[in-house]
Design a protein around this ligand. Structure first.
Ligand code: OGA
Ligand code: NI
Length: 208
């Protein structure tokens, strides 16, 4: 599609080397508009719900840890997001081809952080469920400027990095390696977040 093979290779190389990578202008205006129209529709229909922490067994809502509101995408139902999903298919193909990752399945949600909210330092894995391999973030804030806050802080090996959540910027990182935090946002902050899941070695075999 819009991303050339060479660009995929560069992205995958950086991810393999640094455990994270960013790419600006990852989506074009048309896709940006589609995603934002979808987002506004969900927002206006009150379909965003308070996000929690932990997986189903030990799920809880705790605003002192994270303050965002989310809507989980479903490929079959959310057909307005199909072009986004096919771009994610391309991403998965590139990760398989150039990073030799065994991936199977994914989960995506849109997220709105109201002014004053944040997400404390964490790893994107739960104790009882650790199959999240790659975290995918697509930022959607058209007029973001310094002082608006809501940067993603990456706790790096040698130094910490701040990623500004500007519209059309992609951020990928290894879910089990990168500790990160969403700094307090001063303005409503929009993003699309997802995880590419690990395919266990036994997948497809009947056990027992
Ligand atoms: C998360 C998360 C980061 C961001 O949802 O787990 O860390 O920049 N999001 O929105
Ligand atoms: Ni996270």
């Amino acid at each position: 599609m819009r991303f050339e093979e060479e660009q995929w290779i560069r992205l995958m190389d950086d991810l393999a080397e640094n455990d994270y990578v960013t790419a600006d202008q990852f989506i074009d205006d048309e896709m940006y508009t589609r995603i934002m129209n979808f987002f506004r529709e969900k927002e206006e229909n009150d379909q965003l719900t308070k996000a929690g922490i932990g997986s189903s067994g030990e799920f809880k809502v705790d605003s002192s840890v994270r303050g965002d509101f989310i809507y989980w995408l479903e490929r079959d139902n959310d057909q307005k997001m199909e072009t986004f999903f096919s771009l994610m298919d391309e991403l998965v193909d590139a990760l398989r081809k150039y990073c030799y990752l065994s991936l199977s399945g994914s989960e995506f949600h849109i997220a709105k952080y109201p002014a004053g909210s944040y997400y404390k330092k964490h790893l994107d894995q739960f104790n009882n469920r650790s199959n999240r391999m790659i975290t995918v973030l697509l930022y959607l804030n058209e007029n973001w400027k310094p002082g608006d806050g809501g940067e993603l802080k990456i706790y790096g090996k040698d130094q910490n990095i701040l990623v500004e959540p500007v519209a059309r910027r992609l951020l990928l990182f290894k879910s089990d390696k990168i500790e990160h935090e969403v700094l307090v946002t001063r303005v409503p902050r929009y993003s699309l977040t997802g995880w590419l899941l690990h395919q266990p070695a036994s997948f497809g075999f009947v056990l027992g």
